[in-house]
Design a protein around this ligand. Structure first.
Ligand SMILES: [Ca+2]
Ligand SMILES: [Ca+2]
Ligand SMILES: [Ca+2]
Length: 329
């Protein structure tokens, strides 16, 4: 860099350092375990990420918002995503696009593009279902975003060329209608401020399946009557006492006054070099826990998910933003 340029940048650099110092002070004021706390509804910043072109029974608008925490940070809810810029995962099953095979024999993966991670790797095919939204990374590279952010429930086929060791990484979002509260309307029970739930299941042709050998950590926990309902036990964000699955997780009753607990997402969380050894193991959930009877994108293809398990972090209901990883050697 030239001297004159350096002189011009000095005040800017000072400002940056000063701002960094303030941020560090805020970080010091955070609660235990690096948490931040918000209360109430977020401000909407995106009206709707996805419009379903077909008329379906259970379509929900997927909005995005921001909310400030008591320590002065701004959080995007339900999550910051790459949906608008990332490659949309090709459909295994999607009512919105009319791709609705009724059984495995009707599935075609011929038009699924191969994402090249390692040119000398093997081509691996994967099948993925998430409640509600996923981003899928291989060795830190974004392979696919879920083409349907919220509902209807859909499933995706991915293909990529990679060689071991392979780090599989998912960003997972249980989407919400009441931004910042982790809640939605329950159509069936005509119940407002209902805490929906999440879930991920995936199987890959290299033999990798989702199960409790994965790591899974929660980053946005809501709705909470009291932020102290999240207890940090080591690196686990424990909310066991609230109930972990429906119907054993009663609504907290705080409605639009509920709190949320947020944790910052590490910048390199999807990279092979990221150390996930301190993250909790993923928890396995049954088809009944997930309530998959209406998820044809899963139930139509038992062969494609054979041997894999539904996973999430500790709380299927209250953990709304989850990162999951596994490295296969
Ligand atoms: Ca989806
Ligand atoms: Ca939820
Ligand atoms: Ca959900």
């Amino acid at each position: 860099m030239e001297k004159s340029a350096r002189a011009a940048i000095a005040p800017v650099l000072f400002a940056v350092l000063f701002t960094t110092a303030i941020t560090a002070t805020n970080a010091g004021a955070q609660g235990a375990g690096g948490r931040s706390v918000t209360q109430g509804l977020a401000t909407k910043t995106i009206d709707n990420l996805y419009v379903c072109p077909a008329k379906v029974a259970n379509y929900r608008i997927s909005a995005v918002g921001t909310i400030s925490s008591q320590d002065g940070k701004v959080w995007t809810v339900p999550a910051e995503t790459a949906f608008q810029t990332g490659p949309k995962g090709p459909d295994l099953y999607n009512e919105c696009t009319g791709v609705t095979p009724s059984k495995t024999a009707e599935v075609s993966d011929a038009r699924v593009p191969v994402t090249v991670i390692d040119p000398d790797g093997e081509v691996i095919t994967g099948y993925i279902v998430a409640d509600n939204y996923f981003e899928f990374y291989v060795n830190g590279k974004l392979v696919a975003v879920d083409p349907v952010t919220y509902t209807p429930f859909n499933s995706v086929i991915v293909k990529f060329k990679a060689k071991r060791p392979i780090t599989y990484a998912f960003k997972l979002v249980d989407w919400e209608e009441d931004l910042g509260l982790g809640t939605e309307i329950n159509f069936g029970q005509k119940f407002k401020f209902y805490q929906g739930d999440g879930g991920l299941i995936a199987r890959f042709s290299d033999g990798t399946v989702t199960d409790s050998s994965w790591k899974a950590q929660s980053f946005y926990i809501a709705p909470l009557k009291n932020p102290d309902d999240v207890i940090e036990k080591g690196n686990e964000h424990d909310t066991t006492k609230l109930g972990r699955i429906h119907p054993h997780a009663p609504a907290p009753g705080c409605e639009d006054k509920c709190f949320a607990v947020h944790y910052p997402i590490p910048a390199n969380w999807a990279a092979p070099s990221f150390d996930d050894s301190k993250w909790p193991r993923a928890y396995e959930y049954t088809d009944e826990d997930i309530g998959v009877t209406s998820v044809k994108g899963y139930t139509n293809f038992p062969e494609l998910f054979d041997g894999s398990r539904w996973i999430w972090s500790l709380n299927l209901v209250f953990d709304n933003l989850v990162l999951a990883r596994k490295t296969v050697r």
